[in-house]
Structures are given as C-alpha cells and as structure tokens.
Design a protein around this ligand. Structure first.
Ligand SMILES: [Zn+2]
Length: 153
C-alpha cells in the first residue's frame, strides 16, 4: 500500500474476497483498487470514506489514498473498509435483502469478519443513538478498551 502498488493490493483483496465468498457461500464479487478517491463521487452511503459497493454490478471499490490530503489509508482502515463493503455484498447477494442498512447488526457482522481476518480478539462495540432510530459506533469508547485496530467507515 505504501509503495502505491495498486495491482499487488488488488490481488490481495481479490484473494481475501474470494475466500470470504466461498466461506459464506455467496457469489464472487468484483474488486477495484483505486489510487485516490475522486473528490466528487456519487455515493450510495454517505458515511463511506474509503470504499463503496454497487449491488447491480457486485463490484467493491476501495481507495488507497484520501481525496484531500492524499495520505495513504492505514492498513486497519483499509481492511475494515473491505470487510464493511463485503458485508453489503452479503446483505444483497447472500441474505437477499433489497437494501443494505447500517444497522447495529451490520456493524457487528463487519467487525466479526475484520477481527477474524486480522486474528485479533473481537471487541464489544459501544453505540451512540442518532435521530431516526439509527446508530453509529462510539469509537472513542469502543477503542478505549485497548482496541486500536478498528476504524470508522
Ligand atoms: Zn456501508
């Protein structure tokens, strides 16, 4: 990632996604690894900074650099994004949902996949209630218990 070797990163992502799809008995999804995120990109998910997923094409896109400061995304954030987008893939293609919401269950599933992939112990997630019955992860509180690997996506 640091060397900007997009093709190598893409291959590693593809291997990871293939193993995950096989495990969950879900169809394979495509992966595109892009250098920097375009400043203006049509997003289905307003909270996503480093990736997205298009159900119609079953393609995940991840960005190795931030749009503004062009800094390399940390490995933890990058992997967390990949797991997050893969969980959108599962919602549509495995569970047959017509939408994929950022529910607490969604974040729990993404966290399980992330920690399993990294070989790190799952941490309890703490939540902040948002208007409209939505939730977001309270990262400061969640990370205070020693988990510094997880990232907010
Ligand atoms: Zn999402």
């Amino acid at each position: 990632m640091k060397a900007g070797a997009t093709a190598d990163v893409r291959r590693a992502c593809a291997d990871f996604l293939k193993a995950a799809s096989e495990f969950y008995k879900a169809p394979d999804c495509g992966i595109r690894v892009l250098a920097a995120r375009p400043l203006r990109v049509r997003e289905s998910w307003s909270t996503e900074l480093f990736g997205d997923y298009t159900p119609e094409t079953m393609v995940i896109r991840v960005w190795m650099r931030t749009a503004i400061r062009k800094e390399v995304t940390s490995f933890g954030t990058f992997l967390s994004t990949l797991c997050h987008e893969f969980c959108h893939h599962l919602d549509y293609q495995k569970f047959g949902f017509h939408d994929s919401w950022h529910t607490r269950g969604f974040y729990e599933r993404a966290a399980v996949l992330y920690h399993y992939a990294r070989g790190t112990p799952p941490k309890r997630l703490f939540w902040v209630a948002l208007p409209g019955g939505r939730w977001r992860i309270d990262w400061p509180r969640t990370n205070r218990l020693g988990n510094t690997n997880a990232a907010s996506v």
